[in-house]
Ligand binder design. Structure first.
Ligand SMILES: NC(=O)c1ccc[n+]([C@@H]2O[C@H](COP(=O)([O-])OP(=O)(O)OC[C@H]3O[C@@H](n4cnc5c(N)ncnc54)[C@H](O)[C@@H]3O)[C@@H](O)[C@H]2O)c1
Length: 337
């Protein structure tokens, strides 16, 4: 059994810089040995920010390095599938940011390479490692809530992203709701069998121009007949809005106190607090915990989670939501299985 994992990081943008900090000092038994980004400026800046680890502009050279045990892929989405396939063929364990790809064909080809190689693989659905969501899952699994009957999952971004981002995002369901699809499926512990979706473009004309939506409601029925509702928006107007309510026969859980600073100010003007800004702040702990879990699984010889089937299942639900919205009728997501 390995005792220490030598890790190469590919992609040093917004999310990759955070993973660099985590891997460089906050994961027991991990050593960050190289950072590769096609942008020399990005690779150098990330490497310098963590005390000068080696960096390169050649991700394939990093993958070919026989001294590296595992790669963390945090480059732009379009690079994930080819990098996953190359890393699997080189015998590396793989952590990849969501999504594997924006379509099922490319996703399936990359995950087939993972399976052929028998490579350990984890997808970056970090919510599963947020302390509140992880505790909720434990409470559900222990039976403390009784039979889970309904989950209500909300996510609103503070403000719409740029047009350039939206043009290659894959649309609301594949880019944003994908986190909620994984979340409700994981919490429910059952497979979705029916999906219905409504969408609208309300916050900015760019969404209609691109044939995209910025506001949506998705309803899901699971194989155990329990229900979930997911609502998303690209704009809250007040900060990052992530709340989940889980209702069981023996109790409920409400996840998502949203103040950045744990303080309420009460005076003649009312009750005020600040508000969590965006995902990097809200899920700071989860982004660290998911990498600790990845390395722990490798060292203990377990399959890391969430794995390939979870990565695919979330995208499958995005396809189902798109089809349901287009048909204005419920669809069975297993059609894309
Ligand atoms: N889990 C989450 O909550 C979450 C949040 C944000 C982003 N993401 C995902 O993380 C990925 C990166 O997002 P981001 O916001 O950091 O983007 P970003 O644009 O800030 O960074 C992407 C980086 O990848 C680099 N890059 C592009 N092609 C490359 C290649 N072939 N090899 C190496 N590096 C390459 C770019 O130069 C850039 O530095 C995306 O897939 C995104 O979906 C996940």
């Amino acid at each position: 059994m390995a005792t220490r994992q030598r890790i190469g990081l590919i992609g040093a943008g917004r999310i990759g810089r955070g993973h660099a900090r985590t891997l460089a000092g906050r994961v027991p038994d991990a050593e960050l040995v190289c950072i590769a980004d096609v942008s020399a400026d990005a690779a150098r800046a990330a490497a310098e920010s963590v005390g000068g680890v080696p960096w390169s502009t050649d991700p394939l050279a990093l993958i070919a390095d026989p001294t590296i045990d595992a790669v963390v892929i945090a480059a732009s989405t379009a690079t994930h599938a080819p990098l996953i396939a190359a890393a699997a063929e080189a015998g590396k364990a793989i952590f990849c940011e969501k999504p594997v790809a924006l379509d099922l064909e490319t996703t399936d080809a990359a995950l087939a390479a993972v399976e052929r190689a028998g490579a350990p693989f984890q997808i970056g659905f970090q919510r599963r490692y947020d302390p509140a969501y992880a505790r909720a899952k434990d409470l559900i699994a222990s039976g403390a809530l009784g039979r889970i009957e309904h989950i209500r999952d909300t996510m609103r971004d503070p403000a719409p992203p740029s047009r350039a981002y939206l043009e290659i995002s894959g649309g609301l369901f594949r880019d944003m709701t994908i986190h909620n699809f994984d979340c409700v499926r994981w919490l429910m512990g059952a497979d979705p069998v029916e999906v219905f979706a409504l969408g609208a473009a309300l916050t900015d004309p760019v969404f209609a121009e691109l044939g995209d939506i910025d506001t949506s409601i998705v309803t899901i029925r699971f194989a155990n007949d329990a229900l979930a509702v997911i609502d998303n928006s690209r704009r809250s107007g007040f900060g990052y809005d992530v709340r989940t309510e889980i209702f069981g026969s023996a109790g409920a859980l409400l996840i998502g106190q949203q103040a950045e600073t744990p303080m309420l100010r009460l005076d003649a003007g009312g009750v005020r607090s600040d508000h969590v800004r965006f995902f990097l702040e809200r899920f700071a702990v989860a982004y660290e915990e998911e990498l600790r879990a990845f390395v722990r699984a490798l060292i203990e010889g377990r399959s890391p989670e969430p794995g390939p089937a979870d990565a695919r299942a979330a995208l499958q639900l995005a396809y189902a939501a798109e089809a349901a919205r287009a048909a204005n009728a419920p669809v069975d997501p297993r059609r894309w299985g």
